[in-house]
Design a protein around this ligand. Sequence first.
Ligand SMILES: [Zn+2]
Length: 385
Amino acid sequence: MLVNVKVRYRYRFYPTPEQSRILTNVFGASRFVYNWALRQRTDAYQVGKRMNYNGSSAALTVLKKQPDYAWLNDVSSVPTQQSLRHLQTAFKNFFEKRSAYPSFKRKHDKQSAEYTRSAFTWNAMNKNLCVAQLGRLDIRWCRAFTSYPTTVTITKSPSGKYFVTLVLDESKDPFPKTGQSIGIDLGVLRLATLSNGETIPNPKHLNRYQTKLAHEQRNLSRKKKGSHRYEFQRVKIARLHERIANTRQDHLHKVTTDLVRRFDIICMEDLHVRGMVRNHHLARSLSDAALGEFSTMVGYKCQWYGKEQRLVDRFYPSSKRCNDCGHIVKELSLSVRSWVCPECGAIHDRDENASKNILAAGQAVTARRATIRPKRITVRKGKSR
Ligand SMILES: [Zn+2]
């Protein structure tokens, strides 16, 4: 049975000087509207009111009529309207405790503008993608697709590269069932440890890039903000960040597709975004982001290919619990890579033991039908005692 899914295809493109000038305005307007609406909603939130998408939208219409904000009318209204929709989604995720409170968008972060169906045309015959105000884009088509895009997003990376991302409806063939289940412990030293004893290392070269990144960032801190050298260094760092992200992403795609192919039920820790404390240690914060992406990829690939992801509460004592006898040790510092159970004497590799506990916790839940969305499974603390 085919599964209908939404997929994203991203392509590099090269804007003309005129297009990049227009895009600067579009990005600026999208960012402005997002931040403006966020401030309004925050003010409302603080006095105990809630402002929704319709409220923001009506306020935007009023704002656009004021002479000071007339410049907002110079760009297509679609991306700014989409900004309000994105903010709405960000608030929904916040209220449903899936993510932190929405934050302001900054000029040097990735810039983006989203166009819905009314603001672009696609001609498959001559591979012509035309976007409102911009006209035809000079896209490097590296992968072919068959359906008509539902949305087109234009982004500019912090290092200055332009991309267009198309959302497409596609049908996927599910992977054959294997009857196998697995528990996965995600980590920093190794990317993942599986309950069958396999380990998945981090991608090659990653350490080298990260050391270089830390070095270049120290360099940046010595330069005068706003100077030519500062800007040069900033772009250099942005490129390095992108290279790290790409290396990670390629690796994550390979690893997660392989896992979803091999296992029918994949149990892993719920890396609840809210619970992830902002970490100022560079390598650690990059790796936290990658682990979140790992989990997301497994989640949507399970949907695509007819498999199941089960998320185990992250407060479940997976590391400290002996998988052989169920004894829970009081203390287990992060530096301890292997330990001996004081109760039964079993010798554990820290991560492998954790992955076995995650598998057990995931399996403890009565097998349910493959859910559309990965459900959070709460395993109460101390249940195994
Ligand atoms: Zn034990």
